[in-house]
Design a binder for this molecule. Structure first.
Ligand code: HEM
Length: 521
């Protein structure tokens, strides 16, 4: 056994530090070699965690910024995207924005169990709370599309017959607004947005509801406030935690008062109509002669579903929501555009005072000057940056590998596309005659018409899901333009700053914009 004498022990004890010191570089090198990667990994991990937290915080910042600047953020991102898909963060989810024809076509062809319009509508309207629990299925068409057929077949087919009553409704409402603004004088100051809403309200009521409801002031007020109440309530429910959102929404909308009035008035009418329908073949009973949207929805409701009265009312008010808000916003912008570009008024007036107006009244088609002006107004003043939206009901992947995680939305940033120089030469310039068809070039007058949808004109939707109310909406806009240029001289009051406010992807015209209206001699 090795044993050290005291002297040796002391000697080695003294020498040991010198020995270790002489080996130190080797020890350090070994340690550095073994430990450095660990340190590097730890630092990298920390950096990643930090950058993850920063990028998380940054995406949350963008998500909340989206609430107030959504439309501008989409437009900026589109201009940098160079045709590639891009992401937009919102408080609820990340939206995948697509612009290429291939992606758009594929989105349209996706199975209804993959990408859903109805899931988007459910989130936007929150029907469980705002429509008394009326909740539709995520997959469109599972319960029929009665509302779609009612509007597409019956409203559109009846349009020429309806033109006189829509015109009368528009003229009546203008007279009411002028009287209200300045009784007994020829000039009045009208708030554009509020006036547009009330004109659309009366025009729509004249085709949707029986006269007894149009004459019911409480019903009319409820029908006017309903889209706004639903919009506000749904936004509150989306933004606040589920324990307080619905209660807060009830407080703000007076317990969904407008919804309650609509249901209270519509339920008994539908019940009477259904009774009449079931008795119509019994002896001595007259068939129901009503010819309005309520009746069309009853006629086209899917037979196999046997919908309850509440369900039918739910369908009607959901279509009512879709028809009032969109049309009122478009009309407000048309009025603003008309009087921001007064150089077009004379030619518009000439057309509606000429023989083409009779053709329009007889067919609900035509008036190319007015049509082109409206189309240009919609191009530059579209009220939604991304109207076409689908929710992924499960993880979805496009042909090129673009992934849309479950619950995310796929959207088309169409407003930015409508202002794209590559699509429209001199895109920022308002040219009211941009879409006038050129008969000398043999162009079909209807091919470029506002109400036609095509791959180059997606304001009404894309592919299989296209707005069924587009022919009606176009007729109402044309009739309002005709009424205004024939009867009034108007001047827009100067507005400070921009003419719209942003909320999420919407561009809502400012409520303070006013028009001075004088009766023409
Ligand atoms: C200028 C006014 C309007 C515009 C710009 C407009 C635009 C649109 C768009 C873009 C869509 C498709 C949404 C998507 O694919 O995500 C749509 C759908 C729809 N619109 Fe309109 N719309 C207008 C007026 C109306 C009117 C007046 C009605 C009713 C009379 C109406 C009823 C509907 C309905 C029921 C749908 C859903 C169609 C379906 O599920 O297949 N819209 N609209």
């Amino acid at each position: 056994m090795l044993s050290l004498s005291n002297r040796e022990f002391i000697m080695y004890g003294y020498l040991a530090p010198f020995y270790v010191a002489s080996e130190l570089p080797v020890v350090v090198a070994v340690l550095a070699f073994r430990v450095a990667p660990l340190v590097r990994a730890a630092l990298e991990h920390q950096k990643q965690c930090l950058s993850k937290s920063w990028s998380y915080l940054f995406s949350r910042y963008l998500a909340y910024k989206y609430l107030f600047f959504g439309a501008s953020m989409i437009e900026n991102a589109y201009s940098k995207s160079d045709g590639r898909p891009f992401l937009i963060h919102t408080p609820e989810r990340t939206n995948v924005m697509i612009t290429s024809p291939q992606h758009i076509r594929e989105m349209d062809k996706a199975l209804r169990r993959d990408l859903s319009l109805h899931a988007v509508a459910k989130e936007l309207i929150q029907p469980r709370h705002t429509l008394r629990g009326f909740v539709w299925k995520d997959q469109r068409g599972m319960e029929g599309t009665g509302f779609f057929r009612a509007i597409r077949n019956l409203l559109t087919a009846n349009l020429p017959r309806l033109i006189p009553q829509i015109s009368e409704a528009i003229s009546t409402q203008f007279n009411i607004e002028l009287q209200k603004a300045r009784p007994g004088t020829d000039t009045a100051r009208l708030p554009v947005v509020e006036t547009a809403k009330r004109i659309v309200l009366r025009a729509n009521c004249s085709v949707f509801f029986p006269r007894e409801l149009v004459e019911d002031a409480e019903f009319m007020e409820a029908a006017l406030h309903f889209p706004h109440d639903v919009y506000v309530a749904a936004e509150i429910i989306r933004l606040f935690p589920c324990v307080i959102g619905p209660t807060l929404a009830r407080l703000v909308t007076g317990s969904h008062k407008s919804t309650a009035v609509l249901y209270d008035r519509l339920c008994p009418i539908i019940q009477r109509r259904l009774e009449k329908k079931s008795n119509q073949y019994s002896e001595g009973n007259e068939p129901c002669e009503a010819n309005d949207a309520i009746q069309w929805l009853i006629e086209t409701a899917p037979k196999r579903e046997n919908w309850s009265i509440e369900r039918l009312v739910g369908e009607i008010v959901a279509v009512w929501y879709a028809s009032v808000h969109t049309l009122a916003m478009s009309l407000a912008y048309v009025i603003i555009d008309m009087y921001s570009h007064p150089e077009y008024i004379e030619s518009l007036r000439k057309e509606v005072e000429g023989p083409l107006f009779e053709t329009f009244q007889a067919t609900s088609e035509g008036l190319p000057e007015v049509d082109s002006f409206l189309k240009e107004s919609m191009r530059l003043s579209y009220f939604e940056s991304s109207f076409i939206r689908r929710q992924a009901l499960r993880d979805y992947q496009f042909y090129d590998g673009l992934k849309v995680p479950r619950d995310s939305w796929v959207c088309i940033p169409y407003q930015a596309m409508l202002r794209d120089e590559a699509r429209y030469p001199n895109a920022g310039h308002f040219d009211g005659r941009r879409f006038l068809h050129r008969e000398d070039l043999g162009e079909d007058p209807l091919s470029s018409a506002l109400s036609r949808h095509s791959d180059d004109w997606l304001v009404w939707g894309s592919g299989r899901i296209v707005c069924p109310g587009r022919f009606y909406a176009t007729v109402v806009l044309k009739l309002v333009v005709a009424h205004m240029v024939q009867n009034y001289s108007c001047e827009l009051e100067p507005t400070k700053g921009t003419r719209s406010v942003q909320w999420r992807s919407a561009l809502i015209p400012k409520s303070g914009i006013s028009l001075n209206v004088t009766l023409r001699a």
